[in-house]
Design a protein around this ligand. Structure first.
Ligand code: 13P
Length: 283
């Protein structure tokens, strides 16, 4: 069933687990995410970025995700990932997203607040919750490119002021996490996360969770992370499975045969993450 992300994340916060938020670009990834959530009886977020909308079309991809959510036996929210502008957030509301992010984290504090306030006013008017970000998450995610040098972690006091001033419903934090593949082993700053948790009442979000070792993910959930974003590991499962299949079956031309094993591989990734996040059986 299609639901708002607010009820999912507040339940996660109350019971100490995290809901997985998985990025989709097409029908096959959407099927894999939904099948995994149903198999594990888990609530879930399907997220769509500005890049995914550019690729698949605002008139198509959100409709596929919404249709899948409405038919699903588990609660599913459709989330706009890293909303780069007020305009795109408004378009997302119009086509039925049940959760949006306005990412103005590259702007100075006051401007970030002002951008989020605008979106909060509009989104709350139609009952849609808003994720925002303070601090700069490293790595490259579609339009968001922050060099490691510039990457700045979230300051706990600033985070508290930001949530209070912006009225956002969830807060994405920068605690050593980065989008894409990590160079070397990531080390999350758990003291910082605990300090943020103490000062910030809303559910916290961890971006760039692909490649973070399981032990660190468990610790992050224990310390208050309620939504965990995964994209790269799904892409990796897709690409490696298609490559292997084509190497073994070079004459195959049927897209259904080529993509079928990739759907299964992506489903397996999502199922494993659901178990790790503690959201299995929470639907
Ligand atoms: P990864 O690609 O590192 O999994 O990050 C996904 C993400 O945070 C999307 O917002």
């Amino acid at each position: 069933m299609l639901v708002s992300s607010k009820e999912l994340l507040l339940d996660a916060q109350k019971h100490g687990y995290a809901v997985g938020a998985f990025n989709t670009n097409n029908l096959e990834i959407t099927h894999a995410i939904i099948r995994a959530a149903e198999a594990k009886k888990a609530p879930i977020l399907i997220q769509i970025s500005a890049g995914a909308i550019r690729y698949a079309g605002l008139d198509f991809l959100p409709m596929i995700a919404r249709q899948a959510a409405m038919k699903a036996s588990v609660p599913v929210a459709i989330h706009l990932d890293h909303g780069p502008s007020f305009e795109l957030v408004m378009k997302a509301l119009r086509v039925g997203f049940t959760s949006v992010m306005r990412d103005a984290s590259k702007l100075p504090f006051e401007q970030n607040v002002a951008e989020v306030v605008k979106v909060v006013e509009a989104a709350h008017a139609v009952g849609v919750p808003v994720e925002a970000e303070i601090g700069k998450i490293g790595g490259a995610e579609e339009h968001v490119v922050v060099s490691e040098r510039e990457a700045l972690m979230t300051d706990p006091d600033e985070a508290a002021k930001f949530v209070e001033a912006s009225g956002c419903d969830f807060l994405a934090v920068a605690i050593g996490n980065a989008h894409g593949f990590y160079k070397g082993e990531p080390k999350l700053d758990f003291d910082r996360l605990a300090a943020i948790r103490e000062k910030v009442p809303v559910p916290l979000v961890l971006h760039g969770a692909s490649g973070i070792p399981d032990e660190q993910i468990r610790k992050a959930v224990e310390r208050g992370i309620c939504k965990i974003n995964i994209d790269t590991e799904i892409r990796y499962a897709f690409a490696t499975t298609v490559r292997a299949f084509m190497a073994e079956n070079p004459k195959q031309i049927d897209p259904r045969k080529i993509l079928g094993p990739a759907i299964e591989a992506m489903q397996a990734v999502v199922e494993r993450k659901i178990e790790l996040f503690g959201s299995a059986g929470r639907a």
